[in-house]
Design a protein around this ligand. Structure first.
Ligand SMILES: Nc1ncnc2c1ncn2[C@@H]1O[C@H](COP(=O)(O)OP(=O)(O)O)[C@@H](O)[C@H]1O
Ligand SMILES: [Mg+2]
Length: 226
């Protein structure tokens, strides 16, 4: 029951998209998955209003006093618990950091996003100090175009890499299918292939990312057990 949260104070950094994509991909592999939507904007809850065959359970919890219980209950019934966070997290962040196994920081490789993501990492690190607890953190490069990584994007990714901030090898690619999924409020696999292009490519991307996540979690669990 790993607990995986997406955090970045920048709105529009692909947190909710990443959570939906990962949760769906794992549920398609028959894993039990709960997503806790802590964002008052209800991106995840809104994103599930279309007809759906998805087994992902969505729970809404916007109070920092209820979040511990929501995480505990979700962990008891699900193999994977995802937490979607608002850009502005105030009192929600510390309780989430106290329970999460992994904090994913989605970001686009742009100078502005790199600066804001550094702030997100600093906030998580200050919680780690407060809680006296080390937590696993990983960048997720978002909205890159496959086989068309720009020079400026590569430079930013290299610089972050040199600062020893780990990142997923798989990017969350720019795919209109990810937007269509939100537009029609359906899981990725239910996006209308006659209307939107690249659904299969998006599913491939989602599956690869989910596989890397599972591999990473298993490796970390192995380290802990050793
Ligand atoms: N990989 C992607 N491909 C296409 N559109 C994306 C992608 N990631 C995010 N978006 C779009 O960018 C906007 C912000 O994404 P969202 O996941 O809601 O960010 P956040 O939760 O960090 O505020 C949404 O309109 C979303 O559809
Ligand atoms: Mg969001």
């Amino acid at each position: 029951m790993p607990v995986i949260a997406a955090f970045n104070s920048k709105g529009g950094s692909a947190k909710s998209t990443a959570i939906l994509v990962l949760a769906d991909a794992l549920a398609r592999r028959n894993a039990t998955v709960t997503v806790i939507d802590t964002d008052p904007q209800r991106s995840i809850a809104n994103g599930r209003e279309g007809a759906t065959t998805s087994t992902v359970q969505v729970v809404e919890e916007q109070s920092s006093t209820g979040i511990h219980r929501a995480i505990r209950e979700a962990s008891e019934r699900s193999a994977f618990v995802f937490i979607d966070m608002a850009g502005f997290t105030s009192d929600m962040r510390t309780p989430v950091v106290s329970r999460a196994d992994l904090m994913i920081v989605p970001m686009q490789p742009s100078p502005e996003d790199a600066r804001l993501a550094a702030r997100a990492f600093a906030l998580i690190q200050s919680d780690e100090e407060t809680l006296n607890r080390r937590i696993d953190k990983k960048i997720l490069w978002a909205r890159t175009v496959p086989n068309m990584i720009q020079r400026v994007e590569r430079r930013i990714m290299q610089e972050i890499n040199e600062n020893d901030i780990p990142a997923f090898e798989t990017h969350l690619n720019e795919r209109s299918a990810y937007k269509a999924m939100v537009l029609d409020a359906v899981p990725l696999a239910e996006v209308n292939r006659d209307e939107f292009n690249g659904v299969e490519k998006a599913i491939e991307n989602a599956d690869r990312l989910a596989a890397e996540l599972v591999e990473h979690i298993l490796a970390k669990q192995g380290e802990k057990a050793a």
